[in-house]
Design a binder for this molecule. Structure first.
Ligand SMILES: Cc1cc2nc3c(=O)[nH]c(=O)nc-3n(C[C@H](O)[C@H](O)[C@H](O)COP(=O)(O)O)c2cc1C
Length: 197
């Protein structure tokens, strides 16, 4: 399995958590780390290039800090331009069929604030539903999201633990050791990984 990480952080130079999470990722031969703001600082996304990249990978990852309960804007622009009718969706749009889709999200808010009735009044899964449904429309198989909460207060060691979990999972994916049906029983990838440990 080959993994494409589409990373979007418009102020990466100020990042603390995603800096740690992404450090060293591009050293793996089965993982392509593609920093969208670095590649397209003017947002002039090269659609053909992005589609070629997608064609070469089996797992498509959106990795981003949660901004206004959504993705940073370049990821929306990317979807609007790259996921073309007749290529990504529609009766003849099968380019992404059966690829796995994963969201890696960092959120400033703590986990307990992301529940119906609590501070943010929504779960992260509820907020990610447009992305999930987009993946489904494009005939991909969405995995439960991996979420790092409470980024304002989180200690470096905890971020490193998340990173270790994440890389362990990605390694299993690369080596085809993940049973997709079991994953469907988990709302968050973090819970699946915790259960394995
Ligand atoms: C413009 C903007 C909007 C944000 N919106 C949210 C939000 O809706 N929910 C949330 O939990 N955190 C929000 N945050 C906090 C970021 O998600 C948080 O700073 C980021 O995940 C930390 O990662 P970093 O250290 O790599 O920058 C926002 C931050 C910015 C700058």
């Amino acid at each position: 399995m080959k993994i494409l990480i589409l990373f979007a952080h418009p102020a990466f130079h100020k990042s603390r958590v995603n800096k740690i999470l992404t450090n060293g990722i591009d050293e793996s031969e089965n993982i392509t780390f593609h920093d969208l703001y670095q590649e397209y600082p003017e947002l002039d996304i090269d659609v053909k290039r992005e589609q070629d990249l997608l064609n070469k990978h089996d797992v498509i990852v959106f990795h981003f800090p949660l901004f206004w309960y959504s993705t940073p804007s370049i990821l929306k622009e990317w979807q609007d331009l790259v996921l073309e009718h007749g290529w990504a969706f529609g009766s003849k749009g099968n380019a992404l069929k059966d690829k796995l889709f994963l969201c890696l999200v960092t959120a400033g808010g703590p986990q307990k604030a992301y529940n119906v009735g609590d501070f943010h009044n929504h779960t992260i899964n509820q907020l990610l539903s447009p992305l999930r449904q987009t993946a489904v429309l494009c005939k991909m198989k969405p995995l439960p999201p991996f979420v790092v909460y409470g980024t304002h207060a989180i200690e470096k060691d905890e971020v490193l633990r998340h990173k270790e979990d994440l890389f362990y999972f990605l390694d299993q994916l690369i080596n085809n050791q993940i049973n997709g049906e079991i994953l469907e029983n988990f709302e968050y990838l973090n819970d699946f990984i915790a259960k394995q440990n």
